[in-house]
Design a protein around this ligand. Structure first.
Ligand code: NAP
Ligand code: MG
Length: 402
């Protein structure tokens, strides 16, 4: 069989257990079928340290050039990692670095298989959460006042104009918080959301609390509305998808009653809280994919989970682990499918679909990794090691490719 050809994508290798799985996926599930054409960046912690983290920046710039990237999970260093890897510095998270370069929004989507039912019984299709990962309470300034006094909100413009509001005249101690966001960041968030809705042909929901926050949240609402009307409305109507704004509390009620199958865009804090709720209710972090979408249309795919450190330490002791590779496989297929879509490479897109299906078919036949066995509601499930599971997927894939 001739291998499928493709244009270049950016490949970012990572750390620990996911680095081991990364190679297995390439060797068994990708290279035998596709002439993999990647620009390789080693984001494993030792090489990040060696290059003073320049490699993370280079990888981000490369995604801008090729528009599609796939990333393995990486360690975000903390004090313990600095010690463990004898690092020169406590390097920043590569995800943060790349997100800053691409100015993107992260979309997280669960992978559904029949046999593992979401806790919410009406959910039949995935719900994708888009979190605005900038500003608000995450960049707030706070005061804990223990004495009575007057709290004011003051804005002095660059040309010297002053706006002043009394927040509260304290007759006792209390708490105060000042937070902000920027038009440019909200606009990028909106563009990424509309672009991703079009790219995946799904409705987009957006929710804030603009009835209470009449300037702050209202601005989010108006910026989204304006960008939608000016730039995306026509395309949405052509595709038969909808942009839908509602209050956050109404959105929560609707989400629980919905059957899924849409993107839910959330402000920073709402997204933090709701993404944990949605992912837990769908079952497993190991079955959650993540894609970073930039406002100018660059895509970076990865698994939502980390490097699975606990399994890696067991692997180093010679134990065979049962680490779930599905989200990492879906990161690859997401990137290959997007590459195919951008280039009109139908064969590559079909390959991605077949590999996705081979994963789901394997699980649905009762063969899976240990993490899923506990969630499984079908008839008898067998727990396989990562290697056995990947080989079972390969057998399914071979059938589909024949
Ligand atoms: P984690 O790697 O997601 O793993 C936490 C636990 O979740 C694991 O111990 C395992 O539970 C379960 N799990 C996660 N993925 C799994 C999979 N594919 N198959 C089976 N079980 C899975 O999170 P962490 O241990 O908190 O973080 C480890 C490292 O990852 C950290 O250095 C962190 O900085 C990094 N991290 C990176 C990213 C990223 O690159 N996007 C994201 C998050 C964390 P059991 O042990 O109970 O089996
Ligand atoms: Mg959280």
């Amino acid at each position: 069989m001739e291998k499928i050809k493709m244009n270049k994508i950016v490949e970012m290798d990572g750390d620990e257990m996911t680095r081991i799985i990364w190679k297995q996926i390439k060797d068994e599930l990708l290279s035998p079928y596709v002439e993999l054409n990647t620009e390789y960046y080693d984001l494993g912690l030792p090489y990040r340290d060696e290059t003073n983290d320049q490699v993370s920046i280079d990888a981000g710039e490369a995604i801008k050039k090729y528009h599609v990237g796939v990333k393995c999970a990486t360690i975000t260093p903390n004090a313990q990692r600095v010690e463990e890897y004898k690092l020169k510095e406590m390097w920043k998270s590569p995800n943060g670095t790349i997100r800053a370069i691409l100015d993107g929004t992260v979309f997280r989507t669960p992978i559904l298989v029949s046999g593992i039912k979401p806790t919410v019984r009406t959910w039949k299709e995935p719900i994708t959460i888009a979190r605005h990962a900038y500003g608000d309470v995450y960049k707030a300034s706070e005061i804990r006042n223990t004495k009575p006094g007057k709290a004011e909100l003051v804005f002095t413009s660059a040309d010297g104009e002053e706006e002043r509001l009394t927040i509260y005249d304290f007759e006792c101690g209390g708490v105060l918080q000042g937070m902000y966001n920027k038009d440019t960041s909200i606009e990028s968030f909106a563009h990424s959301c509309f672009k991703y809705a079009i790219s995946t042909k799904q409705d987009l929901w957006f929710s804030t609390k603009d009835t209470i926050s009449k300037k702050y949240d209202q601005t989010f609402k108006l910026i989204f509305e304006d960008i939608y009307n000016k730039k995306y409305k026509e395309e949405f109507e052509k595709l038969g998808i909808e942009y839908f704004y509602t209050l956050i509390d109404d959105a929560v009620a609707r989400v629980i009653r919905s059957k899924g199958g849409y993107i839910w865009a959330c402000k920073n804090y709402d997204g933090d809280v709701m993404s944990d709720m949605v992912s837990t209710a769908f079952g497993s972090l190991a079955m959650m994919t993540s894609v970073l979408v930039s406002p100018d249309g660059n895509f970076e795919y990865e698994a939502a989970h980390g490097t699975v450190t606990r399994h890696y330490y067991r692997y180093l002791e010679g134990e065979k682990t049962s680490t779930n590779p599905v989200a990492t496989i879906f990161a690859w297929t997401g990137a290959l499918r997007k590459r195919g879509e951008l280039d009109g490479n139908k064969e590559l897109m079909e390959f991605a679909d077949k590999l996705d299906k081979a994963c789901l078919d394997t699980i649905e036949s009762g063969r899976m990794t240990k993490d899923l066995v506990g969630l499984w509601e079908g008839s008898e499930a067998v727990a396989l090691t990562t290697e056995e599971f990947i080989m079972a997927i390969k057998a399914e894939l071979d059938k589909a490719m024949a």
